[in-house]
Ligand binder design. Structure first.
Ligand SMILES: [Zn+2]
Length: 148
């Protein structure tokens, strides 16, 4: 009996993906993976961050946001004015949305993002305008989602 119990306790827990041996706690919180594999499979999220996203009902937004970011900003014609504005505002908007989704700390200031987007849209056209409109829709949805 005792021998069996000991064997179970000492049993090696290997990651289901890369087969590296894991700590019992890691193995259990990740559902059978080492931490690097878990994060690779979950867009860089740790188990606690993933739980928190799901708990706050924001997991779907996180996935959509990742897809949107991966698509990237459309190539635009040389236009110093709009390029300057984009390089100034887009990182701020991205940090605001990503930070809120991932860490959920502080209040999500979607209204500030809206003001930036209105200003960007004024000097944009074509594909860039469509990109900004999509970003604006997402931002507005997140504003509503963060109220509840
Ligand atoms: Zn692994």
């Amino acid at each position: 009996m005792f021998q069996q119990g000991k064997q179970v306790r000492d049993k090696k827990l290997n990651c289901s993906k890369c087969d590296v041996s894991c700590l019992k706690n890691t193995y259990e919180t990740t559902g059978g993976f080492c931490m690097p594999c878990f994060m690779e499979l979950n867009d860089g999220l740790r188990p606690a961050e993933l739980r928190s996203l799901k708990g706050r009902g924001l997991f779907e937004y996180f996935n959509r946001w990742n897809t949107f970011v991966k698509k990237g900003v459309p190539k635009i014609k040389r236009n110093r004015n709009i390029i300057d504005k984009l390089s100034h505002y887009l990182p701020v908007i991205n940090a605001s949305i990503s930070g809120y989704l991932r860490f959920g700390k502080g209040i999500f200031d979607g209204h500030k993002n809206s003001e930036f987007l209105v200003e960007l849209k004024e000097s944009s056209e074509g594909e860039l305008l469509e990109f900004l409109a999509e970003l604006e829709r997402f931002n507005n949805e997140l504003v509503n989602a963060s109220k509840t």
